[in-house]
Write a protein that binds this ligand. Structure first.
Ligand code: BDR
Length: 312
């Protein structure tokens, strides 16, 4: 299995991505979760991470607290989408497991330094704050990362938190730009592709019918987080962002994209956090990102359900 560190701010769609990985233990070895301030404050994303590990029967996986703020900005949250706990929907028990006393940034650095080079993948489902801080503190780890696969950015599908910015980049644009410029092998799953992955009523019903605790809880979570997007977009379902990250790692052939230059706007008030994607190769700037533009939504839900069927 592929060794992964998950950076996350659960979050209903993060829960889906985490369950997908935990349900396929022969494909993913989850080394730890780094809770990130993003969809909601760190205290909640930490607690939600612990709740998910108890729900999935994997309490031994360590959870680390990341930074409680973006690198140089005040935190912007998305409780209008995810609810006041950040992961509203089902009522899950208060977790009995505790986070590690080690800080998330230290965990990232120590793991990358102790594992053989190029054997650990970073899956980012959240703002990129903690990976950027790790790279600032320990630039040597850049060469040791196998690859970074992140749900972040938007270009053809413009923005979701401002007219031009996607939430995960907008929350910490300096972190995103730091990683885009770090030379690591980087794949982005932007809104351009996640907007194709719609959790329709039929798909959520099929999920619920699996009948396991995890499947029912996830269907309830997604039903909650959908309600905002259904009104906003008027589509037949809400985009399911997070699981695109593990699906890309499992079946990259299900996606179409290009290696291009992408830079983040970090100064403009109007377009802060915009990911400027040079899709047509207009500039000579270095090609630093594999930018995914389309994917297979049927396959995403098929694999997600396969994974859910293997969980309690
Ligand atoms: C991203 O923003 C968050 O609110 C979602 O959970 C997802 O990570 C989509 O732009």
């Amino acid at each position: 299995p592929r060794k992964v560190i998950i950076l996350t701010d659960p979050g209903q769609d993060q829960a889906a991505a985490i369950m997908l990985m935990l349900g396929l233990p022969d494909r993913f070895e989850v080394m730890g979760l780094v809770a990130t301030a993003g969809n909601i404050d760190l205290s909640y994303t930490l607690e939600n991470s612990l709740k998910l590990l108890e729900l999935t029967g994997r309490p031994e996986i360590p959870v680390f607290a990341g930074s409680s703020t973006p690198i140089k900005r005040d935190l912007v949250i998305a409780d209008h989408v995810h609810g006041p706990t950040g992961m509203d929907g089902p009522t899950l028990p208060v977790p009995t497991i505790k986070p590690s006393t080690k800080q998330g940034v230290d965990f990232i650095i120590e793991t990358l330094r102790s594992e053989p080079p190029q054997t650990v993948t970073i899956c980012s489902l959240s703002p990129l704050t903690n990976l950027a801080l790790a790279l600032l503190t320990a630039p040597d780890i850049a060469a040791r990362i196998q690859e970074v696969v992140a749900m972040a950015g938007a270009y053809f599908e413009v923005g979701n938190i401002t007219p031009t910015a996607e939430f995960n980049v907008y929350v910490d644009p300096e972190a995103a730009q730091g990683i885009f410029g770090s030379g690591v092998k980087l794949t982005l799953l932007p809104l351009d592709v996640t907007h194709e992955m719609l959790s329709t009523r039929e798909r959520l019903n099929a999920m619920k019918k699996l009948g396991t605790n995890c499947a029912i809880a996830l269907a309830e979570m997604l039903t909650f987080s959908e309600s905002f997007d259904l009104k906003k977009y008027g589509w037949n379902g809400a985009p399911l962002h997070g699981p695109c990250v593990p699906l890309f790692l499992l079946e990259p052939e299900m996606f179409q994209g290009r290696l291009i230059n992408v830079e983040v706007e970090t100064t403009s008030q109007l377009t802060l956090g915009m990911t400027v994607a040079d899709w047509w190769g207009i500039t000579t700037r270095p090609k630093n990102v594999f930018w995914v533009r389309h994917g297979d939504d049927e396959r995403l839900f098929e694999i997600l359900n396969q994974a859910l069927a293997c969980l309690p």
